[in-house]
Design a protein around this ligand. Structure first.
Ligand SMILES: Nc1ncnc2c1ncn2[C@@H]1O[C@H](COP(=O)(O)OP(=O)(O)OP(=O)(O)O)[C@@H](O)[C@H]1O
Ligand SMILES: [Mg+2]
Length: 366
């Protein structure tokens, strides 16, 4: 267990700056997930923690010690990659014991460490097999086992589950969570999958274009995204966005650009006449009504045409056309009679709206 601290960490590849002064403290024993789109700098940041990538500027501290220029082997870390990188000619036991042989462990000590790790990962009966004789999930377990035996202070994972099918991904996700509880280790986990981020993380770090957009618990990011990027990235299906404008008459009435008949007030927000806003609403906050009169006063009412309905059994997704370029997605639980082409009214509770200024910064995140 160890704290990891990044201080103004920067990365340049030649003239190209890909990490822009990242400050971040990861507590001892914490499970932190770096999430962001492809190219956002997740792997680069992780590799700078590991020492596999040099730091252009700033400091990396592990367990309070300046490790900015330390070799990977001196940092007390172990890394697990998407490609399992197992030695094909060695059996599972030797793959797991390999790094121990290079350190000062006796044969008996190494054997105990490998067997302990194999028990934790439930691969004790696979120790004699070669990697070619293993499934993808089993290979990934061996790769994790190789990290565990070294008893690192910090585990670093870079998209370790991307090569697995959906069912196995869920299983391995639970395994890694269990591992975190059992080992009580600090873990940094990189993924572009926001579901993995939401389900596994103590705290999520959202990256975009080499900068941290927001750090927080999964529910903090879900409930109070600080900007449009985080609002759109966290949550599946994603948050609906509407262009909106504050009226010019000083009344602080807001109207939706695509649906100019819809006018409403947003008390408690400092709005200026003619401000351009983006209003966001999560799919599960939307309710469908039979008529405008039925929509409660606390809600904004909108009319739409049903474009499509996806029925997944317990949950349905309604795709509504409100005359804007993008369809509005509503989550409807249980049974629904909604059908393509139908004219409907839907309501959105004003208290659940996310409002962003023209720079994309939230006015409601607090
Ligand atoms: N060795 C390199 N030389 C030059 N540019 C690089 C190098 N490695 C990464 N980059 C650039 O740095 C940026 C961040 O890359 P990085 O691999 O950290 O992204 P990522 O968030 O891990 O993406 P992905 O989800 O695709 O793995 C990208 O624009 C990438 O093209
Ligand atoms: Mg990457």
């Amino acid at each position: 267990m160890a704290e990891v601290e990044l201080q103004k960490v920067t990365k340049m590849f030649g003239a190209l700056q890909v990490i822009h002064g990242v400050d971040l403290t990861i507590s001892s024993g914490e499970f932190v997930v770096f999430v962001g789109p492809s190219g956002s700098g997740k792997s680069t940041l992780l590799r700078m923690v590991s020492g596999l990538e040099t730091v252009s500027d700033g400091d990396v501290l592990i367990d309070g010690e300046d490790m900015t220029f330390a070799e990977p082997s001196e940092r007390g870390i172990a890394m697990v990659f998407q490609s399992y990188a197992l030695y094909p000619h060695m059996n599972v036991y030797n793959n797991m014991a390999f790094n121990l042989r290079l350190s000062r462990y006796s044969k008996a000590e190494a054997k105990k460490l490998v067997h302990d790790a194999a028990r934790i990962l439930r691969i004790e009966d696979l120790l004699d097999r070669s990697p070619a004789e293993l499934s993808g999930g089993q290979r990934q377990r061996v790769a994790i086992g190789r990290a565990i035996v070294r008893k690192p202070k910090v585990f670093l994972f870079d998209e370790p589950l991307s090569n697995l099918d959906a069912a196995l991904r869920v299983q391995m996700r639970l395994e890694i969570e269990r591992l975190h509880r059992e080992l009580d280790a600090t873990m940094i986990y990189v993924t572009h999958d926001q579901v993995e981020a939401m389900t596994m993380a103590d705290r999520i770090v959202v990256l975009d274009k080499g900068s941290i957009q927001q750090v927080g618990t999964p529910m903090e990011l879900y409930k109070r995204p600080k900007n449009l990027f985080v609002a759109g990235f966290i949550g599946s299906p994603k948050m609906n966005f509407f262009d909106a404008k504050v009226s010019s008459d000083g009344s602080e009435n807001v109207h939706l650009v695509a649906n100019s008949k819809t006018t409403f007030k947003l008390p408690n927000l400092r709005l200026n006449a003619n401000d351009d806003l983006t209003v966001g609403v999560r799919p599960e906050e939307i309710s469908v009504y039979t008529s405008i009169a039925e929509v409660p006063d606390t809600h904004i009412a909108m009319t739409a045409r049903v474009d499509a309905v996806e029925r997944l059994g317990n949950i349905n997704y309604g795709y509504f056309n409100v005359g804007a370029e993008e369809l509005v997605i509503a989550q409807i639980m249980g049974h629904t009679d909604l059908d393509h082409g139908q004219q409907i009214v839907f309501g959105v509770p004003k208290a659940e709206l996310h409002v962003f200024d023209s720079a994309g910064q939230s006015l409601t995140a607090g």
